[in-house]
Write a protein that binds this ligand. Structure first.
Ligand SMILES: *[C@@H]1O[C@H](CO)[C@@H](O)[C@H](O)[C@H]1NC(C)=O
Ligand SMILES: *[C@@H]1O[C@H](CO)[C@@H](O)[C@H](O)[C@H]1NC(C)=O
Ligand SMILES: *[C@@H]1O[C@H](CO)[C@@H](O)[C@H](O)[C@H]1NC(C)=O
Length: 398
């Protein structure tokens, strides 16, 4: 028996130096066996980098990158890149990863101020119930936004999943998704204090077929922002607030040609957020935002529940262009506002917003009083709207 056992050990492929699953096509690498201390003090970055190299190069169909529970891993900025061999890579985040606490301790890889980046990976699954803590408090007082690092990046990914994690206190944006096609984000809890500036929950740009659902986002900036180059983005069952709501944009900054279409936001609740559902485009921009639906939205004490702002940061100037806004529907938006105006449509007089549909809108002031709407440059219809939106055709059926 002993002899047989020895032969088995020697015959095991070197990739199993750490821990092997019983199935040949799944292999698992634990960062602790690469020297990560999990002490919360020592720098565990190199252990993660080494473990990633083996995960990514594994010859099995599926590889696991294990960050075990009951440990805290302090990580400097790191970039985990593909393309990788396995068809599926599961980042099993069960423990906690934290960023350096003081500003001076950060060691950036290059001029880009990012903390953790996964790039060029197909079939990545990040899950496990663990925590990502950006320890951003020191950065929140600093005025220079461009110096602040963003936390988790998914860049150039295909068919990915991010679920069941708690992400907190990023110095700046929490999750940035760009150039991804096919990504499902669910059961994430993103939290940062209401007073922490620029701490967006999830930012999406240049991506398609993104589905975000069943999550709670409470931060100091946008809960979710959908930026240029994004299409087929579905968002549902999100609890947002405090924060700045769910935004399309801002689009068209510095004259950019922005394109966003086929966005569907459904069954979301906003509690005490400064905005609810917002479209914002810069003066001077180009391109379009179209085919956007917001439905079954509940607002509770939201300052500005429904906003289209086509003149974001800019004065009206006839010579300048704007991002075209069309085919935007709001269906069944109800609740209360802490402000005066429940609906604000502020569209450019030349470019304008077309085919805007408001259907079953019922928003009162928190004290039960009637709210108001403001409206310029928008064309479309309002079916059963409270408040009445004057520049649209208002249809009231009794
Ligand atoms: C999200 O995290 C906050 C802060 O730790 C916590 O109070 C809340 O219960 C969590 N929510 C969910 C849905 O996990
Ligand atoms: C988005 O929703 C539409 C219908 O509501 C569905 O056809 C489409 O597959 C969904 N896309 C994603 C990425 O979830
Ligand atoms: C709406 O979202 C909540 C979670 O925020 C969920 O519990 C509920 O089932 C959803 N309702 C529908 C009709 O999808």
């Amino acid at each position: 028996m002993k002899v047989l056992f020895l032969i088995f050990v020697i015959a095991a492929p070197s990739l199993c130096a750490t821990e092997c699953s019983a199935f040949d096509d799944v292999v698992s690498f634990d960062v602790v066996s690469y020297g990560a201390t999990g002490s919360g003090q020592a720098d565990d970055t190199q252990a993660f980098v080494k473990a990633w190299k083996d995960v990514c190069g594994a010859t099995q169909k599926s590889a696991k990158f294990v960050i075990p529970q009951n440990k805290i891993f302090m990580l400097q900025p790191l970039s985990l890149k593909g393309p990788c061999n396995p068809a599926t890579i599961e980042v099993q985040l069960e423990g906690t990863v934290i960023a350096p606490k003081s500003i001076g301790d950060w060691k950036f890889l290059n001029e880009e101020r990012k903390w953790i980046e996964f790039s060029d990976i197909s079939g990545i699954v990040i899950e496990g119930g663990g925590v990502i803590d950006g320890q951003g408090a020191a950065w929140w007082n600093s005025d220079d936004v461009s110096m602040k690092p963003t936390a988790l990046h998914l860049h150039n990914c295909k068919d990915g999943i991010l679920r069941s994690i708690h992400h907190m206190n990023s110095p700046r944006n929490h999750i940035s998704v760009d150039m991804c096609s096919g990504l499902e984000i669910s059961h994430v809890n993103i939290t940062a204090p209401m007073e922490s500036p620029n701490t967006d929950g999830i930012d999406i740009s240049g991506s398609s077929n993104v589905f975000i659902h069943s999550s709670t986002i409470q931060t100091g900036d946008d809960c979710i922002a959908i930026n240029s180059g994004s299409s087929f983005v579905n968002i549902s069952d999100i609890f947002c607030g405090p924060g700045h709501g769910i935004s399309v944009g801002s689009l068209g900054r510095n004259g950019d040609d922005a394109r966003v279409e086929n966005v569907h936001v459904r069954n979301c609740t906003f509690l005490g957020s400064s905005n609810g559902v917002r479209l914002k485009t810069w003066r001077g921009g180009q391109g379009y935002a179209r085919k956007i639906i917001f439905e079954d939205i509940t607002v509770v004490g939201v300052k500005r529940p429904v906003i289209i702002d086509q003149n974001y940061f800019g004065l009206l100037d006839e010579k300048k262009s704007a991002v075209k806004i069309s085919e935007v529907s709001y269906r069944n938006v109800k609740g209360t506002t802490s402000g005066e105006r429940a609906v604000e449509l502020s569209c450019d007089p030349n470019v304008g917003c077309n085919d805007i549909v408001l259907d079953h809108i019922s928003i009162t002031k928190e004290d039960g009083g009637e709210s108001k709407a403001s409206c310029t440059g928008a064309q479309g219809t309002c079916f059963l709207c409270n408040p009445i939106v004057s520049c649209l055709s208002n249809l009231h059926l009794v």
